[in-house]
Ligand binder design. Sequence first.
Ligand code: MF3
Ligand code: CO
Ligand code: CO
Length: 276
Amino acid sequence: MSKIYHWFNSGGRRAKHTGRNARAPSVPLHRPQDFPAMRRAGRLAAATLAMIAPLVREGATTRALDAACESFIRDHGARPAPLGYQGYPFATCMSPNEVVCHGMPDDRPLAAGDLLKIDITVELDGWHGDCCRTFAVGEIDVRRRLLMEVTEAALAAGIAAVRPGGRLSAIGRAVQELVEVAGFSVVRSYCGHGIGREFHQPPQVLHHLDEDRDLTLLPGMFFTIEPMVNDGGHATRRLDDGWTVVTADGGLSAQFEHTVGLTEGGVEIFTQPRAA
Ligand code: MF3
Ligand code: CO
Ligand code: CO
């Protein structure tokens, strides 16, 4: 996920609600012939999560899980996109418990009751697939289970809000509504992003409602939806390592992410898990 940037950058003026996309950053519109490559990249990212799922258990270290993901990605002819991205030193992001995102693999053995977000981005033949799931380590309590289920439902609600010709803000509206009705909060300082030949590109996909940062969704747009949901306040803090983002209040956080593409008729999920 990317840090929120200023959407409208001409003299700090904000667009009117009625404004079109005049001052929004330009969003790449991909061609139908670009979809097959995104399908391949997305499928590999999803397969990496499916591969690692049974290895997420008590005693495993996130460093070992990261190494297993990197081998799998390379064995399939791809490259882990995070490695070297703005200096990030690992192949994947591994974010336990109160870590919201951009957690770095380490040597602490996972313990029963931990939540672990694993975020995989592959670059295959120059195209990116990006997805994340929250895993439960051993038995988890009912509150953690609820947090996970609400977050996965929030991703589904965000995807269901995508409509060619519709508005980007419909996504944030749907996600925020679902999360807050359930009594949790949605992170505002990080968001989903356009993706394709670049790992991160416009548009920014907010998971809360902000009609000042809106645009019309069009066929050929590729982006991620990746709500981060906190059991507590939505505020985050970045640690001194320059990467790790944690909840400001120490509450637990969950995340699910898919990469999607807009067609004339609707939305295609590129990172859908599939039967082998
Ligand atoms: N995969 C993350 C996302 O969903 C980005 C990780 S960037 C990194 O956008 F540098 F931390 F790897
Ligand atoms: Co992403
Ligand atoms: Co990601």
